[in-house]
Design a protein around this ligand. Structure first.
Ligand code: BGC
Length: 748
């Protein structure tokens, strides 16, 4: 009996202790306080307020002891951060505010990260939703730089209203293979397009005094083994293919920060890769901001980090521990002045933002205002790509008909990955909801079927006048490689995580699910008034069904307003104008070698259209391709007269809308190197413009190009050089030769 009482008492005690623990974690998890992120004049006092921020940073560093300096070099202390982090996640399904670099003694305000490739991620107390845009790959398909800038202004404003001031975005890693799990977070396969859109994003973010952080530097184009992968790359490939977009964004956008990648490059982890972060980023490109690691497993040796020039370890203090760095100084491995230098990079940048003047009050009324929501819909409309259309679209606006919307994901909140790029919209208009509410005005009956019973779905399609079949993916099929909670607890080390079954991650198979392919083929036999709408973040293999369907739209993960945008495109209120930011191969085996479970891979000089064109591989749809309800014609492509010493080349051409519908065309400028004496691609994108034309309208368009953008990297001389050859210049509506006008010139 006594024994039973003891067991009973012990159980009660365990229950009480664990409830208390849960309460503590819950409390910490909900501890969103209102720490100011801006420098406060009163606290600082006139003495500091009026000196420039660079000098102030120097004064402050000179007043810090070694530990205070080290405190500037990581996110938060594990003891504060871990309960808050996991508490927020488990109980609130939220990402916590991590206050990095705060120093109360010296009145230094912290910086607080929010991810945000499609909308602010970290939410403040009482805020439950933010404007959620289509994913970055969708926006890349819009080829609209102004739009990308506006979107990032909105994201930045909403971040500020959520009490964060550091945006871990844009992701500008190159899409080397469409199976990459995080393809949706980036802007496609082409360095030029990546650079232009990344730059627009950085400028948009920073215009609201939020620090931008392009990521992941560098060569992070494979997901599942990102923590252990070593990417081998030769110097020309690195400089000409994988880095030009980073270079443009850094040099022209001057982002406050940059995030290193998890993987190794040529044998060295990116977080401590001196060649990348000091030789290239700082010395060659003049980067003045601070470099932070990707989160957890971003740095493996603190002393290597210091030697390589890494400023901040995120999100916790681990390798940049007091002991390790103090011992390193005592043993002469590193010097305290190395630390001073790294802290100064960070503080100079941070203070600029902490002291910057805000022209608006970033309060919660900013979030989700009508203008932001309209922009979310507009972004979705601009990004959808009409891939195939045999006189089906736009659907006729007739009354009293039956419209079928079919598919497992046709009525799903499906705005993309739920990893770090997640954003929380207050609602999502699904394809079915958008089509339904559009058809209400026409008095049409819209029937939704999830196709769980394929015969029933086929029957509904057969008996309908218009059929929209929505196929594709969700966060479970592609995205950041996320482990389930149990697996995360079991495996402590990065290398143990690779190969464990997680959610999302890379796609090895580029086809749709068998049942979806089957459904498409069956429905296409019974109703030809059919459009297949694909939802996903990258290319798919369509060989098994493409010829059978009359019409295909790539609608991507289209954000909170995606369903409305889709309906307006289907019925012609909006003329589609998106174009593919990647090549779709005819045969997926023709893409570069890709293996999500390898620890070493070589990235070669060719990928995307440069590979398909050079090696004459068949493609299904070219880079830069997309249809419209209008018909455009290009004429009179000319190069302006120039002197040999001119550094800029100017081109003109006429663009005509031959149809009776207004539309937007994305004109692309390519440069061809067929006559090159060295190994080079056949052609590369070097400019583009989105142009609006009324029915029958003709416009003369000009584009220009810097001669330096024709150069290649001479690895022997370690510099960029131009070849004295005749170049081909092309302009047109896609990267395929039949869509392009060509001129050939020697420019020297
Ligand atoms: C991702 C980063 C992200 C960070 C913080 C990492 O797992 O790779 O892109 O910014 O988490 O959420």
């Amino acid at each position: 009996m006594n024994f039973l009482i003891k067991i009973f008492k012990a159980t009660i005690l365990i229950l009480i202790i664990s409830s208390l623990l849960v309460l503590v974690i819950f409390y910490l998890g909900s501890n969103y306080n209102t720490i100011s992120l801006k420098a406060d004049k009163i606290i600082y006092g006139e003495e500091y307020w009026n000196i420039n921020t660079d000098s102030l940073a120097e004064v402050l560093v000179s007043k810090m002891d070694l530990n205070e300096k080290i405190d500037q070099m990581y996110g938060e202390k594990m003891i504060n951060s871990i309960p808050k982090f996991f508490g927020s996640y488990l109980f609130k399904n939220r990402f916590a505010h991590i206050y990095a670099g705060k120093n109360e003694r010296l009145n230094i305000p912290p910086w607080v990260l929010s991810d945000g490739p499609r909308g602010a991620r970290v939410l403040d107390k009482n805020i439950n939703g933010v404007t959620t845009f289509p994913v970055a790959m969708a926006r890349a398909a819009s080829w609209n730089i102004d739009l990308e800038n506006q979107i990032h202004q909105v994201i930045a404003k909403e971040m500020r209203a959520n009490k964060t001031n550091y945006a871990a975005t844009p992701c500008i890693n190159l899409l080397r293979h469409p199976g990459w799990g995080r393809a949706q977070e980036t802007y496609g396969e082409d360095p030029w397009l990546l650079g232009e859109l990344g730059l627009a994003a950085v400028k948009g973010i920073q215009s609201h005094n939020v620090m931008a952080c392009p990521k992941h530097f560098a060569l992070n184009s494979l997901e599942n083994s990102r923590w252990v992968l070593n990417v081998e790359v030769d110097e020309r490939t690195l400089r000409e293919v994988y880095l030009p977009h980073f270079k443009k964004v850094i040099k022209e956008g001057k982002p406050a920060s940059i995030m290193s990648a998890y993987n190794k490059v040529n044998g060295e982890y990116c977080g401590s890769n001196k060649m990348l972060i000091t030789n290239i980023l700082r010395d060659d490109w003049g980067f003045e901001g601070f470099i932070s690691t990707d989160w957890m497993y971003g740095l493996y040796d603190g002393l290597d980090g210091i030697k390589a020039g890494l400023n901040v370890e995120m999100p916790w203090q681990d390798e940049y521990s007091y002991k390790l760095l103090e011992d390193g100084i005592v043993q002469g491995e590193i010097k305290e002045s190395d630390i001073d230098k790294l802290v100064l990079n960070t503080l100079k940048t941070r203070l600029k933002y902490a002291f910057s003047f805000d022209s608006i009050d970033y309060n919660e009324n900013i979030i989700l205002n009508n203008e932001h929501i309209r922009l979310a819909r507009h972004a979705a409309e601009e990004s959808m790509v009409l891939l195939k259309n045999e006189d089906i679209l736009p659907f006729k606006k007739i009354n009293n008909i039956k419209v079928a919307v079919i598919g497992k994901i046709a009525n799903l909140d499906n705005t993309g990955d739920l990893g770090s790029s997640n954003s929380s919209p207050p609602y999502v208009i699904t394809p079915y909801e958008g089509i339904k509410s559009y058809n209400e005005k026409l008095n049409n009956k819209v029937i939704y079927d999830d196709a769980s019973d394929i015969n029933k779905a086929v029957d509904i399609a057969k008996n309908s006048d218009q059929v929209v079949l929505v196929v594709g993916y969700t966060y479970k099929d592609e995205g950041e490689y996320i482990l389930t909670k149990g697996e995360m607890l079991k495996s402590a080390e990065a290398k143990e995580l690779v190969g464990v079954k997680g959610i999302g991650g890379d796609r090895i198979n580029l086809s749709l699910r068998d049942e979806e392919e089957n459904l498409i083929n069956k429905i296409s036999k019974v109703n030809k008034n059919l459009v297949v709408v694909y939802v996903g973040g990258s290319a798919i293999d369509m060989r098994k069904w493409e010829d059978n369907v009359p019409s295909i739209i790539f609608s991507w993960y289209s954000g909170m307003e995606g369903g409305n945008a889709l309906a307006r495109i289907l019925y012609g209120d909006v003329n589609p104008s998106g174009k593919l930011p990647f090549t779709i191969a005819e045969n997926p085996d023709d893409y570069p070698y890709f293996n999500p479970y390898t620890d070493t891979i070589t990235y070669g000089y060719y990928h995307g259209y440069s590979l398909f064109q050079k090696f004459k591989k068949e493609i299904a749809y070219p880079f830069g391709y997309g249809l419209s309800y209008s018909e455009f014609e290009y004429e009179n492509f000319k190069m302006n007269d120039f002197k040999k010493e001119d550094s800029v080349l100017k081109f003109n051409f006429d663009l005509i809308n031959k149809s009776n519908v207004s539309g937007n065309e994305i004109a692309q400028l390519y440069v061809g190197f067929e006559n090159s004496k060295i190994e080079r691609p056949l052609k590369l994108l070097r400019g583009f413009k989105k142009i609006q034309l009324k029915p029958g309208e003709k416009k003369t368009i000009s584009l220009q190009l810097n001669k330096s953008d024709l150069s290649y990297y001479n690895t022997e001389k370690k510099k960029w050089e131009n070849e004295d050859i005749s170049y081909n210049f092309y302009v047109g509506g896609s990267s395929q030769i039949k869509d392009l006008l060509k001129i050939n010139r020697n420019i020297y």
